[in-house]
Design a protein around this ligand. Structure first.
Ligand SMILES: N=C(N)NCCCC(=O)O
Ligand SMILES: [Zn+2]
Ligand SMILES: [Zn+2]
Length: 314
């Protein structure tokens, strides 16, 4: 029987442990099916910093989550053992070293057969996580929720940044180029070629605007057809949400998804072979009233619910 969160009908939420959803720590269980891991790293950002404080903010905002998810009819902490693996200590002064540390940690979890839900941190961290996922599964499909393509080339000559992880991943052959897509893309680009380059790198796009003109269920169908039967990695940049729904982020763009739309699409991933996920770019210094933290906590909860629903169906 998995050890779940503390019972908030007996222990007040504000008195419970500081772990995600008040779950046990990794050292309190024998083994975990899923680990929530914080990666407080934001040395790869091109604009506002602060995502290094994301993991603790998301944990604090997760205190009100409850054990049963009616939308998917699943109890995400009962169908599988979920733990909070704490924060990884990564070097804020050396991007290459930080990326190597993250990849090594992700590989160690894979060796234990533990699926990772990583809380960033900025989007740079997706690259080492994809490297580790590829080492276990071979070329992977990616569904990337973001306002931004993140397939740009370099910033100040630096190839490893929060705007470049998916170009590097594609160049390294980590991705299955027929099974990758972005969801929520919008806003100004550098040139028109940004989009053509992105297609060559293997991505299709569901734009934020498509949510205005197309029923969400149809967009979910499009995404599922693209992702197919193979292993799928989910990367959620919280700035996929409109700044009204997620002000606490580093590179906000107007015209984004509502949190309702994002949660709906995430639930639509049930049944895909989800091998790992990250949730990045939550920058608490720019948040207000925990709006972004709460949205992020619910995104994490839906991802854990999808993993639980998949396990229950096995
Ligand atoms: N990954 C995020 N959130 N943003 C990338 C923006 C890169 C730029 O400044 O053009
Ligand atoms: Zn973004
Ligand atoms: Zn991003």
């Amino acid at each position: 029987m998995p050890i779940g969160p503390v019972d908030n009908t007996r222990i007040p939420r504000y008195a419970g442990p500081p772990t995600f959803a008040q779950l046990p720590r990794a050292d309190q269980v024998e083994r975990a099916d899923v680990a929530v891991l914080g990666v407080p790293f934001d040395s790869g950002v091109s604009y506002r910093p602060g995502a290094r404080f994301g993991p603790s903010h998301i944990r604090a905002a997760s205190k009100l989550l409850r054990p049963y998810n009616p939308a998917l009819d699943v109890a995400p902490f009962a169908a599988q053992q979920v733990v909070d693996a704490g924060d990884l200590a990564v070097n804020p002064f050396d991007i290459s070293e930080a990326v190597a540390t993250i990849e090594a940690a992700a590989r160690a979890f894979a060796e234990q057969n533990t699926t990772l839900l990583t809380l960033g941190g900025d989007h740079t961290i997706a690259l080492p996580l994809l490297r580790a996922a590829h080492a276990s599964h071979g070329p992977i499909g990616v569904v990337h929720f973001d306002a931004h393509l993140d397939t740009w080339d370099t910033y100040f000559g630096e190839p490893t940044t929060h705007g470049t992880p998916f170009r590097r991943a594609s160049e390294e052959g980590l991705l299955d180029p027929g099974r990758c897509l972005h969801v929520g893309i919008r806003g100004p680009l550098y040139t028109a070629e940004d989009l053509t380059d992105d297609g060559v790198l293997g991505f299709q796009v569901i734009r934020s605007d498509d949510f205005e003109t197309t029923p969400v269920a149809e967009l979910v169908g499009r995404a599922r057809r693209r992702l197919g039967d193979g292993p799928v990695y989910v990367s959620v940049d919280i700035d996929v949400l409109d700044p009204a729904h997620a002000p606490g982020t580093g590179t906000p763009e107007a015209g984004g998804l509502t949190s309702r739309e994002l949660l709906h699409v995430l639930r639509g991933l049930v049944g895909l072979d989800l091998v790992g996920a990250d949730l990045v770019e939550v920058s608490p210094p720019y948040d207000h009233a925990e709006i972004t933290g709460i949205a992020a906590a619910h995104v994490a909860y839906e991802l854990l619910s999808v993993l639980a629903a998949n396990r229950a169906a096995q």
